[in-house]
Design a protein around this ligand. Structure first.
Ligand code: 5GP
Length: 116
């Protein structure tokens, strides 16, 4: 998929739309989801990589995927989460609505056995 610079997360990165940022470094930023599905629901996104979704990733994207996952672990610790879940939707059929790759960090609730 062709990356669209006008997607909502690109606007958040550029500061054109406000967000509740909880973590930022040179590679990624993390902010609270506007419509939380758990007591803690944070989105982790790359700041410079223009990737629409996981399904578009190639070998060149390995590092940013790693930075995103490491940021999720750091933010989980920062939020005091002992357990947490990460989810990455790839494509409309998986529920993806924003086409700037992102990792959902969910916590603060007992997910039990879940479905996976
Ligand atoms: P997706 O469904 O693409 O995996 O996840 C997109 C997420 O972005 C959704 O959970 C949605 O609530 C969140 N979201 C959409 N627009 C905004 C926004 O303007 N600000 C924030 N913080 N989250 C947003």
């Amino acid at each position: 998929m062709k990356y669209d610079n006008e997607n909502i997360f690109a606007k958040i990165i550029r500061g054109e739309i406000p967000s509740d940022i909880v973590y930022e470094d040179e590679n990624v930023m993390a902010f609270r989801d506007i419509s939380p599905q758990a007591p803690v629901h944070i989105l982790i996104i790359p700041k410079t990589a223009e990737i629409c979704m996981l399904g578009d990733c190639e070998e060149k994207d390995v590092q940013i995927l790693g930075w995103m996952n490491l940021a999720a672990a750091k933010v989980a610790k920062q939020e005091g989460l002992k357990s947490f879940r990460t989810v990455m939707n790839s494509g409309a059929g998986a529920g993806q609505t924003v086409y700037h790759i992102h990792l959902h960090l969910l916590g603060g609730v007992d997910f039990g056995e879940g479905i996976v």
